[in-house]
Design a protein around this ligand. Sequence first.
Ligand SMILES: Cc1cc2nc3c(=O)[nH]c(=O)nc-3n(C[C@H](O)[C@H](O)[C@H](O)COP(=O)(O)OP(=O)(O)OC[C@H]3O[C@@H](n4cnc5c(N)ncnc54)[C@H](O)[C@@H]3O)c2cc1C
Length: 392
Amino acid sequence: MKAIIIGGGIGGLSCAIALRKVGWDVTVFEQNENLTETGAGIVLAANAIKALKVLDVADRVQGEGTPVGVAELRTWKGSLLTRLPVEKQAMRYSTPSYLIHRGSLHSILYSHALDIGVTVQLGKKYTGLIDSNEGAEVRFTDGTTAKSDLLVAADGYRSKVRDGLFGHSSLRYSGYRAIRGIGNFEDPRYPLAAGGGFEALGKGTRFGFSHLGKGRIFWFAAINEPEGQGTFLTPEEIKKHALQKFRNWYSPVPAVIEATPPSDILTHSIYDLVPLRKWSKGRITLIGDAAHPMLPNLGQGGAQAMEDAIILANLLRDKPTGEALTEALKQFENVRIPRIRKIVHQSRLMGRLMQLESPMALTIRNTAFRVAVNKLFITRLHPVVGYEPPIL
Ligand SMILES: Cc1cc2nc3c(=O)[nH]c(=O)nc-3n(C[C@H](O)[C@H](O)[C@H](O)COP(=O)(O)OP(=O)(O)OC[C@H]3O[C@@H](n4cnc5c(N)ncnc54)[C@H](O)[C@@H]3O)c2cc1C
């Protein structure tokens, strides 16, 4: 049985590995000409680490990343609001969360996929579906076509396959822009040996700092702003903008930004999508951001793409054909959509809480963080990060 996957991101490569593990013949088509080390840091909570174990790459990821040993919440001036009980969580889930460069995670997934016999074709941009009855046949911009028994769309949050299957649905703007950077920075208050770092909260603005592994640090900022503003900034202008925004903040913040080369700073407006009621049609299904773009406030987009991949492969391990394949894809939706809906919703709520602007609301929130850290960050998130994927 042959599967085509459109998109070689975290979701597409995870799905390729998972389907290959249960015996599918898999080809990934990726529009980029090469899969190089790009992107920023990515946090991998316990459920992501467990998914990576199922995909047989957790050891390599844990070796290249760094465990989150400290997670402080502070005000923008530096007053400590709370420390998240990361040790307690690590004991509960038998693993800490990890921070890793997205490019490193991607390279590990890519090389493992190749090692186990996945074919990856680069420079192949999907442009449309030719047929989905006798087999899933697709066309690429270079005029070539490919045919398979199953088509998995992992082509990201602006998925062209999704638009083709269900019509275009507009993304929802979150109300904020993310700026992310990677650099080398040392601060004795946040030693590498401890891992992790802090998140500082201002008015409609926050800044996070964490170790990334391999001696590097990762930072991110989320800044409330009207949609579209700043889209055409150059890297130098983005850095200047961030320095301006954070110039009076808790002492390492301006220095961390200052120490980052403009070429290692990225910025994006942040979007999600009203959850879809269906992800599949016939022998085609969506996974990852193509199925369910979510706001990054819980750090779960990559993790959920990996979970999708594993659940899908588990349901397709008997290599169903015809009606049985369509049924298996429906089953995939039934298992995944309710969980994803909750996570999309929770990510939005967390974003609202973190990006508050009203001084009174900020005071109430900061008090809640001081007194109810377990309820807000541990109990509420248990169903998300405590998830155990099936073994393939
Ligand atoms: C600011 C920010 C911070 C985040 N932080 C975290 C975090 O800490 N932890 C976490 O788990 N998640 C995080 N996420 C979310 C995570 O990055 C995504 O959910 C994840 O990358 C989704 O993977 P994907 O493979 O579904 O999509 P993508 O990573 O977008 O991959 C899609 C792939 O498809 C390719 N493609 C697109 N169109 C075509 C086409 N027409 N033909 C062929 N190929 C195509 C693209 O080139 C790309 O390689 C964050 C997201 C943002 C924006």
